[in-house]
Write a protein of this length. Structure first.
Lengths: 158, 158
DNA sequence: TTGTGTATGTTACATTGTAACGATAAACAA
DNA sequence: TTGTTTATCGTTACAATGTAACATACACAA
């Protein structure tokens, strides 16, 4: 799994590929990637950072695709519940998934300086969490693993 | 470390002991456990569950200890920043720390049925997170590890 | 056609969180 | 004592985030 780190990357390509992946998966599973849902995913991919629901809504308004909060929340819920986007609890914000299609336990690194958010491989952390929970008889269904700190560009090295 | 699981326990004792611990630590470190801060900690301990800031505020209002949101948020911020309480991002809520004084990476199990929240040992999950972050050159300062699922009482066994 | 289900549109409101500014109180030096 | 500093507290006013409820539109099957 490519960690999609803090380095620069071919953004146009990553967008197009994520969008194609989403379309493919929706076709497969009979999910409806409606214009609003598709556009919200595009917005998240374009921005390539965590956006609040109201940030997304502003874009939708500007494009006459919807003007009220529920429109944005519904589209975001759809994207999140099918794994095309993730919710960052810490920020009350949403971000496009970096690895659509792959089963993965998301795990986010949030830079407190530049607000960059990166999705890191979280398999091991999630597994450790499941084990700790199992010890207490707790059955984990969903996890939210988030770290706040300094990204390479903002860190002590910089 | 006693996991303080989902079992029943001597609540009066756990409250008194946590409060004593907080007083001791504040005395040591020169922190001021003022009446409002102390009372908010007591409220969290009494309830023994995650409370929203406005829930706490209601108690404060009833007791004439403060009536406006900032009063509750300040006290909660104090408690959180000194490790006497934790914020549950997922719930926008706060809970008294189950292990005051001990250095620990908090990790929370949230039951989606009964809303119980339990603090589980999260050392390993936090460590895994730190390692994954280090791979990307990210320096972790704070972590939020939260799991949603079913507690033993609400689970398939029940 | 008539239902049925899904998605959308909209209103109105609930909940959560903060900036800003002044008042108060304790600690301490001049 | 007086002035100064610092932390805490009180309050207003508002910003930001999220949802319940109900109406509408459209596709597709019975």
């Amino acid at each position: 799994m490519d960690p999609v780190g803090f380095e620069t990357h071919d953004h146009a390509h990553c967008m197009a590929s994520a969008l194609a992946k989403a379309e493919e998966e929706c076709a497969e599973k009979g999910l409806q990637l409606t214009p609003v849902r598709r556009r919200v995913l595009e917005i998240l991919l374009e921005q390539h950072r965590a956006l609040g629901a109201y940030d997304v809504l502003e874009h939708l308004r500007a494009e006459k695709l919807g003007s009220q909060p529920p429109v944005a929340y519904r589209a975001l819920d759809f994207l999140v519940s099918h794994g095309f986007a993730h919710r960052i609890e810490r920020l009350n914000a949403f971000i496009a998934c970096s690895h659509p299609g792959e089963r993965h336990a998301p795990c986010f690194l949030i830079c407190r300086e530049c607000s960059a958010v990166v999705e890191a491989p979280g398999r091991q952390a999630a597994q450790a969490l499941r084990e700790a929970a199992a010890q207490l008889g707790f059955g984990v269904e969903r996890v939210a693993i988030e770290a706040e700190g300094l990204c390479p560009a903002c860190g002590p090295a910089a």
